[in-house]
Every structure is written in structure tokens, then in C-alpha cells.
Design a protein. Structure first.
Length: 505
């Protein structure tokens, strides 16, 4: 339930950047993390994830198992990322500077930027298609490339408007509008397509990767990657939660469950409706959805594309605009958000009118999970290794364009983490397969079963742990008790050291 203060904040443009959120502003609870993950995902940019297993050739129950397993694995990996924001009072990219170094936080920023470009583009693509295809069937309006270009522009404008206003409006829209409206729309959709649904649907008989298990693994990875893509963004919301009021357990539960259900539920809906299309589908999800939908339900499709899609796209765009603005002097959060949104919209036009949109989206999701997973594993291990202790002032050194502090390490980079993430990501990409755009040289090492995701995560975590043992970090990053002591839970309260922790460059 939104408080009076939160409703008031939603009526204005958010003024806070990625500096530490003051205690008096931390009015949110773990429940807000769950809702931002669950409610914002009841949209076509996530529903399309459930279409992939069907279009890849899997049957209904195979699609269900790939979605459930992928979402569950993604939720388990995502859960620890909800712990950083309350302890640091800032977003996850800046928080990662405690482990990668204050300059090494740029890795998290780049991952967030990469994720935002992709998912905002998917939102614009699916939302625009729903708007134009739905209007064409309802009122006979044009349905060509020009009309779709206009539809993409409409969705872009709405997404930008929500993202520019900030996190408070976004959360209010999700709780008061999206969750109830989209929940009803999806439930009614189950009824709308029930007449053509067959739980015994066995798939097309032709698997994308030739055989069952490689294709099933690819489908599961797409679900996992969609959950994992929220890793760089969780801190955007969890930084508004007080570590004094909420411990790790509710944060882990809210983040993990929100990721699992937030992706799993709409993706299962996507697989459900896609399994009813039959052999006459064109292979383009939204137009096929509109074509095979009962006429009375088309308005629901338009609502999901316009209302839900816009709010979901604003989630990634908001966080990336927030982080990018901190790196460029004189660039405000609003300006950064507008710039990134414009670039993402440009990507949509190229992907839809020049490239194969389906192949582009699938390849993006696979590469995303490969490079983001080791970063998340390293951050989670770092949190556990330091027992949740962070010095908030020292984390902001790079944001203030200064040098020094306890997280400066070697020229701003903690080589223990950086030298774990780089080879893990590179080797993971070499194992990955995202046909037809990219197939790594080692993609067939396990008879076509994708090993990229697990290899990257295990390798990154293993190298980082070995580096922490062989090259111990300085005692000062563990708090007053040192490496062997137990840092105080209220690590965010510890003041900077007596000598300045940062000095002008």
C-alpha cells in the first residue's frame, strides 16, 4: 500500500540521483521489490519469452518445464542482488565498486546499459506491434511498416514519460494500475484461448537446434536470462529500504520470488497462447496473437501492449539513466534517460525493418545471461565475504570524479574481481549458441547442450574465491573488526575514516 508521502513523491519528478539515499527517504519495504518485479513483467516483452520454446519446436509440457526451470535458476541467482542496495543506499552498479573497485563499477554500468537497451527495445517492439495490429483488427486501420513505425514512436514517448518522472511514479503505477488490470487481462486471456488449447500439444516436430535437449536448454536459458537481467537494477529500488528495519531474509525472499514468478507467470501465459496458433502462424508473435485471438479479446491485447509494456520498459530505462548520468559531468538523470531511450528506439527500427527481430532478441538474451551471471556471482560472494559491510562515502568516490578511498585498490580497479569476470565472460561466450546470428566455437562441446551460462558463473565465482584466498584484501574493507571479525549489520552507519577517504584528483 502506497503511503501519503509516496503518493506525493509520485506527483513530482524524482530529484535524487545515485548518491546515498538519506535515512528519512527510505520508506519502502521488501514487498515493493516483489511488486516491481512481478507487476512490471505482466507485459509482452516478457510474455514473448514463453513464445520462444514453442517457436523453437517444443511441445506444451516441454515449454512449461523449460520456463519453470529457467525462471527458478534465474530467481535463485537474482535473490542476493536485493541485499546490496539497503546496505549501501545506492544502486547495484555503484555498490559493485566495493568488490570491483570504484572504477571497476563501470562493468556494472555497462551491463545495465546493455540490458536497458535490449529490454526497452523489446518493449517498444512488442508494444508497438500490439497497438498497431490490434487497431487494425478492431477498426481496420493501416498495418504496414509506416503504421508500425508510428506505433513504436507512441510507445517510446509513453515509456520516456514514466521513466523521466522516476521510481515513485513507477511503483505507484505498478501497484495501483498494472497489477490488477494486467492480472485480469491475462486471466481473461486464458479463457479466450481455452477453446483451442491442447495440453497434449507435442510441438512442431522440428527443433531449432536439431535435437530436443539443446533446444530445451536454449529455451530455459532465455527464461533464466530474463530474470537475471534485473541484477544490475534491483538496487534502484532496494536502496529505498532501511537495513535497520529489514534483514537479509525478507530481501532474499522478495527478490528471488519476485524474479521467479515475475518472469515465470507471464512466460507460461505466452507459451499457452502460442501453443494454440497451429501450423498457420507466421512466426511473428504479436500479429499472430491478434490474428488467432477472439475478436472480443483484442482490446485486452492492446491494453497489455500499451499500459503494461510502457511501465516495464520504464523500469530498465529509469535505472540506466540514473547510473549513466553519474558518469558524465553536467548530464542530468532526465537527459541521460531521454538519450538512452532514443537510442533504444533506433535499435527497434533497425531490428524490425533490417534484421530478423526474433533472432536478434534471442541472441541478445543469451549473451546477456552469459556476461551478467559472473558479475552477479562475484557481487554475491563479495557481500558474503565482507559480511555485508560497506562504507557508503568511499563508494561514491568515482561518482564525485575523485580518487582514493578504501575501494580504490589499483587505480580504481580490484583486480581480484575484474580478473575473474573477464575470462569467465569470454569463455562463456565461446560456449554459447544464439543461432543464426552467433555460434561460439565450443557451442557443440556437450553435443549441442549450451554450457555457456553455467561455465561463466562457476568460473567467475571460482576464480574470485581463489583470488580472495591467495591475495587477501586489506583489513580496512572489512570494517572495524577486520577480516577475521564480524562486521556490524549496520555497516552503512560506519563513518569514513579519520583521514580523508577520498581526495581531489
Amino acid at each position: 500500500m502506497a503511503t501519503t508521502e509516496q503518493r506525493g513523491a509520485a506527483s513530482t519528478v524524482e530529484s535524487l540521483g545515485i548518491d546515498t539515499i538519506p535515512d528519512e527517504e527510505r520508506r519502502y519495504t521488501p514487498r515493493h521489490i516483489f511488486w516491481v518485479l512481478f507487476a512490471s513483467d505482466l507485459c509482452f516483452s516478457v510474455i514473448v519469452v514463453g513464445w520462444f520454446p514453442i517457436i523453437f519446436g517444443l511441445g506444451w509440457w516441454s515449454a512449461v518445464s523449460s520456463i519453470v526451470v529457467g525462471s527458478l535458476v534465474g530467481g535463485l541467482l537474482l535473490a542476493p542482488m536485493g541485499l546490496l542496495g539497503p546496505r549501501t543506499g545506492t544502486n547495484n552498479a555503484v555498490s559493485s565498486g566495493a568488490h570491483f573497485g570504484v572504477a571497476g563499477r563501470l562493468i556494472g554500468t555497462a551491463l545495465g546499459l546493455f540490458s536497458a537497451f535490449g529490454f526497452v527495445a523489446i518493449t517498444i517492439w512488442t508494444g508497438g506491434d500490439a497497438l498497431i495490429s490490434g487497431a487494425h483488427r478492431l477498426i481496420g486501420s493501416p498495418d504496414g511498416d509506416v503504421a508500425r513505425g508510428i506505433g513504436y514512436a507512441v510507445i517510446t514517448i509513453v515509456v520516456l514519460t514514466i521513466a523521466v518522472r522516476g521510481i515513485h511514479l513507477l511503483l505507484l503505477v505498478q501497484q495501483k494500475v498494472m497489477a490488477p488490470l494486467m492480472g485480469i487481462a491475462l486471466i481473461v486471456g486464458v479463457i479466450a484461448f481455452a477453446g483451442h488449447f491442447d495440453a497434449g500439444y507435442g510441438g512442431s516436430g522440428t527443433y531449432l537446434l536439431g535435437t530436443f535437449w539443446p533446444t530445451w536448454t536454449l529455451a530455459a536459458l532465455i527464461s533464466a536470462s530474463t530474470v537475471i537481467s534485473y541484477g544490475p537494477f534491483i538496487g534502484d529500488w532496494s536502496r529505498y529500504i532501511s537495513p535497520e528495519r529489514f534483514g537479509p531474509r525478507p530481501l532474499l525472499l522478495a527478490t528471488g520470488l519476485g524474479g521467479f514468478l515475475g518472469i515465470g507467470v507471464p512466460a507460461l501465459w505466452g507459451a499457452y497462447v502460442a501453443s494454440t496458433f497451429g501450423a498457420s502462424q507466421t512466426g511473428v508473435f504479436i500479429p499472430d496473437l491478434v490474428t488467432f485471438s477472439p475478436g472480443w479479446y483484442v482490446i485486452g491485447i492492446v491494453a497489455i501492449g500499451l499500459v503494461a509494456g510502457c511501465a516495464q520498459g520504464a523500469v530498465g530505462l529509469y535505472g540506466t539513466g540514473l547510473d549513466t548520468s553519474s558518469l558524465i559531468p553536467g548530464l542530468s538523470r532526465v537527459q541521460a534517460t531521454l538519450t538512452i531511450g532514443a537510442v533504444a528506439a533506433g535499435f527497434v527500427y533497425i531490428a524490425n525493418f533490417v534484421w530478423n527481430a526474433q533472432a536478434t532478441v534471442a541472441a541478445f538474451l543469451i549473451i546477456l545471461v552469459v556476461v551478467t551471471t559472473p558479475w552477479m556471482v562475484i557481487c554475491a560472494i563479495g557481500y558474503w565475504w565482507r559480511r555485508g559491510f560497506y562504507l557508503t562515502d568511499d563508494l561514491q568516490v568515482f561518482t564525485r570524479h575523485q580518487r582514493g578511498g578504501r575501494y580504490w585498490f589499483s587505480a580504481g580497479f580490484n583486480l581480484r574481481a575484474v580478473c575473474a569476470w573477464v575470462p569467465a565472460s569470454v569463455i562463456g561466450v565461446l560456449f554459447s549458441a544464439a543461432p543464426p546470428l552467433y555460434t561460439g566455437p565450443w557451442a557443440n562441446a556437450a553435443n549441442g547442450v549450451d554450457l555457456s551460462f553455467t561455465t561463466a558463473g562457476l568460473l567467475g565465482g571460482g576464480i574470485y574465491l581463489a583470488a580472495l584466498v591467495l591475495f587477501p584484501e586489506p583489513d580496512e574493507v572489512f570494517g572495524p573488526a577486520g577480516r577475521r571479525g564480524r562486521a556490524r549489520p549496520a555497516g552503512v552507519r560506519v563513518p569514513p575514516p579519520a583521514t580523508p577517504s577520498a581526495h581531489d584528483a
